[in-house]
Design a protein around this ligand. Structure first.
Ligand SMILES: Cc1cc2nc3c(=O)[nH]c(=O)nc-3n(C[C@H](O)[C@H](O)[C@H](O)COP(=O)(O)OP(=O)(O)OC[C@H]3O[C@@H](n4cnc5c(N)ncnc54)[C@H](O)[C@@H]3O)c2cc1C
Ligand code: SF4
Length: 504
């Protein structure tokens, strides 16, 4: 009897477990549905990327001789949800058997499990660590630090290993990867590809009001294009990736970043293959160890670790809020005017390209949201909506955990907060900002300087005994009382002006 084989929009990989033992009678079900395109207001470029890549993958599967039941978003019979589509196809093909690869979202896993059909959910073998491996690693540990997990992944994959020892004599070369932004960036950014006209018209029509520019659309939308882009990045940018990983520039959105997160997450590139190609550049002497180790750590370390945390912590993770933050997301996260140049640049780039690199996400928008006490659930929804690489399994631990400390320290041993000094050191944003990064109080003082102390004092009970934060509190305690008063007063005034809708 025919089985329905479900392929979701971020499962566009020929190696997908659900496709493994597909037979000639089986029907692959792929569906563009309203539920998935609108449960958060996704960036139009992200929607166009996923729909185009799905359509191309369906063509590829048909070319391999498979039967594909594909539903377009504007098909009149579209049931509007993945489960609705499975029920409709089950009836159409006279079957009740469904095979799926585990979705990267609790919401969809629950929906599949609730179906009145015989559903088998297979593990997603595109990841390096299985759920049970991560659980075994986490079992009994007081702290789930990424670094220890990462070393196990190095041992498991053999990446950058030399007879059981780490290549280059150290596990981690992060210390070398914090250079300030260079004047000249020699890499010209990601490769650009043509969009699909039908998808562009559909997305413009349905999602034109969402935050984000649909055009110009430039993402790769199939495996060959993504591979082409990646190989050019390997050659032209990888050697400098490590050095300038944390840098930010007014006039350069991508620096040496790979911009492959969206392709790996959708299934167009394979994570392990990407790491092996990067390692080969080191072995051939074409890229230094700090770049190669730094890159491989992001993928087999951070990416795998984030997924492990998402599945370990369970569906309630997205509603955690240990710091009790309740403020609404200010309108400048959606493109309204702000005098803070770092925020304006990061949000503008997010709007045009559905992309910002890690330090912009962590130390500009994330840092601001945490300092200002924004409700982490709103921050989570924003990140999930606006980035082309955002899927809940990877976005939520990065936002709720790493960036907002809303999980109480599972992902990070301390909150990622900084004053304007960090942004000034790692970027040229402050040079053209209306605020003065050197001012600690007063109308022109950088808001990050004010809010940094406001945050630390608000949460003194929780953080003053944290060994990694003692210095911060000692610095505060050494300040004169009238200066401390001015800082806190100016922070309160600034936040009140923001709440009142002033351009701040
Ligand atoms: C607040 C916040 C939200 C984030 N949301 C997402 C998200 O929704 N989806 C997502 O894929 N990444 C997310 N990240 C991680 C990281 O910022 C992006 O993976 C990266 O910016 C993608 O750009 P790139 O491909 O140019 O990455 P590069 O800087 O070139 O890094 C290479 C690859 O490493 C992986 N990687 C790097 N850091 C991480 C990380 N912390 N977690 C997981 N993978 C990582 C990605 O696959 C990335 O493509 C988030 C980080 C923060 C701080
Ligand atoms: S001065 Fe402050 S607000 Fe302005 S760009 Fe620098 S860090 Fe951002």
């Amino acid at each position: 009897m025919a089985r329905l084989i479900l392929v979701l929009g971020d499962q566009l990989s020929p190696s997908l477990s659900a496709l493994n033992d597909i037979g000639p009678d089986d029907v692959i079900v792929m569906a563009e549905v309203a539920d998935e395109t609108s449960y958060v207001p996704h960036h139009p470029k992200k929607i166009a990327f996923v729909l185009t890549a799905m359509r191309k993958f369906a063509d590829y599967l048909r070319g391999q001789g498979h039967r594909v039941a594909y539903t377009k978003l504007d098909d009149p019979d579209n049931a509007g949800s993945i489960t609705g589509e499975l029920l409709r196809r089950a009836e159409e093909h006279g079957t009740s058997t469904v095979v799926a690869t585990e979705p990267g979202e609790w919401r969809l896993i629950a929906a599949l499990n609730d179906l009145p059909l015989d559903v088998t959910i297979l593990p997603d073998t595109r990841f390096i660590a299985t759920h049970s491996e991560f659980e075994a690693w986490a079992e009994g540990r007081k702290e789930l630090r990424m670094e220890w997990f990462y070393r196990d992944m190095r041992r498991k994959t053999g990446l950058l290993m030399d007879e059981g020892k780490p290549e280059g004599g150290k596990w981690n070369f992060d210390h070398d990867n914090r250079k300030a932004a260079p004047k000249d960036v020699t890499y010209y950014g990601p490769m650009e590809f043509s969009p699909d006209k039908d998808v562009m018209a559909l997305v413009a029509d349905r999602f034109g009001d969402n935050f984000g520019d649909l055009e110009p659309f430039w993402f790769a939308t199939d495996a060959a294009q993504a591979q082409h882009h990646f190989e050019r990045w390997l050659q032209d940018a990888l050697p400098s990736f490590g050095d300038y990983q944390d840098a930010m520039l007014n006039e350069n959105k991508f620096l040496y970043h790979s911009v492959i997160g969206l392709y790996i997450n959708a299934g167009l590139l394979d994570a392990l293959a990407v790491c092996r190609a990067v390692e080969a550049e080191y072995t051939a002497g074409r890229a230094p160890i700090n770049a190669v180790e730094g890159f491989i750590r992001q993928i087999i370390g951070w990416r795998e670790y984030m997924r492990g945390i998402y599945f370990l912590e369970g569906p309630d993770y997205m509603s955690r809020n240990v710091l009790g933050h309740t403020r609404d997301l200010p309108p400048f996260f959606w493109g309204a005017a702000t005098k803070m140049n770092c925020i304006a640049k990061t949000v503008d780039q997010t709007k045009t390209d559905a992309y910002a690199h890690h330090i912009q996400r962590l130390m500009v928008t994330g840092n601001f949201a945490l300092l200002a006490g924004i409700d982490p659930a709103h921050v989570h929804e924003w990140y999930l909506a606006v980035y082309a690489d955002a899927y809940e399994w990877v976005e939520a631990p990065n936002v709720i955990g790493m960036s907002q400390y809303a999980d109480g320290g599972i992902v990070g041993s301390k909150p990622y907060v900084s004053s304007g000094a960090y942004i000034s050191r790692m970027s040229d944003y402050c040079k053209t900002c209306a605020y003065k990064v050197k001012d600690k109080t007063g109308e022109d003082a950088c808001p990050f300087n004010l809010l940094y102390w406001d945050f630390l004092i608000r949460h003194r009970d929780r953080f003053s005994n944290n060994p990694r934060m003692g210095n911060m509190y000692r610095t505060w305690d050494r300040m004169k009382d009238d200066h401390k008063e001015s800082v806190l007063q100016d922070a309160a005034t600034w936040l009140a002006r923001m709440e009142a809708g002033e351009v701040v």
